[in-house]
Ligand binder design. Sequence first.
Ligand SMILES: [Zn+2]
Ligand SMILES: [Zn+2]
Length: 445
Amino acid sequence: MDGDESCKLTGKFRGVCKRSFADSCAVLSSCSGSTSRSILRLFLLLVFLFCPVQFAGAHNLHGADGEYDHSVEPPEPVVPVFTMPSRESLLLAARPTTATSSSASARGKLIASYFQPFAKTVKVHWDGENFYVESNGIPSHVMMTGITSWQQQVPLPQPYYGSNAWQFPLFPRVASRPLSCKDNFFRGAIAIAVNGVPIFNPIKNDGRTDTYLAGELDKYGGHAGRADDYHYHIAPLHLQAYVGKNVPIAYALDGYPIYGATESDGSAVKNLDRFNGHSDASGQYHYHSTRTYPYINGGFHGEVNLRDDQVSPQPRAMPVRPFTSPLPGATITGFTRDASGVSTLTYSLAGGVYKVRYEKLKDGKYRFEYISADGGRRVETYDPNSQQRPRGGGAGGGPQRGGATQSGGPPGGPGPVGGRGGRPGERPPPPPRGGYDNRPPRPGS
Ligand SMILES: [Zn+2]
Ligand SMILES: [Zn+2]
């Protein structure tokens, strides 16, 4: 066996033990004489035997024939942004309730770890005071299906980035006058889920309509609001399947975490206060999710800034078309998005099947096609730049009238018989107090 052959032999394992292979060839090139060759053979034999055994102890990446399998990809980095210390060490470090740069860093990393399963679409960062969440507000699950009380809105990505990101305090402070969501916060979000989707008050601004019980929510507890912005109104308990049951699935905008329906050790939740929260044995306050009202945080144990009936500051949703009206009797039966970016929402109404197909065009405008049960089509193109922006902070500002570049009135759907807002040319109702997600009280709703 000469030097070249040895190198070829060990080269079989260069994917496994590159360093040893290079080293052995370097040694080989400097060797000469039979004694040296004997020592070298022994050395190469040891490298040959030891290296794959050592590797096999860590991962079995060999194919059936013993060759290195080059098709095996390394696992995706679990924490691409920073090296993640253990959650236990972060918990300990994040305990102080007064902000220091080191405690802010530890606390930021801890909270970031809860958003990490959705890092592909949700970006987070923090400073000494606040934690920030950037997303387009669109979840990876199917949206809208199952809604039986629809207001003709559809989900569109929102620019919750940069100065329009979600935020909550790193170190929540107990409020001297805790505010209930039964009387306040009927606009905008009250929490942000770890998948970057905002969570709104379950109750509408009439003070009594439970959006979940009213059939306004899809199977995941969400729907599209007046700016065509998707959000939940109840606890997104399905997220526990991704993140686990022992970590928060959302953060309330006062900075306290929202856990699932059990304690982090799996035990039953006891002694919740009126806001669905309580303190653990070490005095750490947190909220829980419930399957009945209040579903999520029913108010704010911590301090928040209440302005225009919403937590402030918070991002604005950007409408691209005038808001639409309720369509009584409609049930959403399907929602798809194809590879070219065209979304199709299907709904049934009075035995007919209707569709709304929409897409963003290359020029930045939005094309909506309303297809009725008899095959009739109406196309509207909307220029987002012509939409009035909501005044003041908050996603609850809501879209205003105008913006369609073709005649034919607002997108009232393909004209369902008897449906309010379904008739071409009908103007949408004026925006109610409280903005986009809410409706004036309606008897019996
Ligand atoms: Zn608890
Ligand atoms: Zn809503």
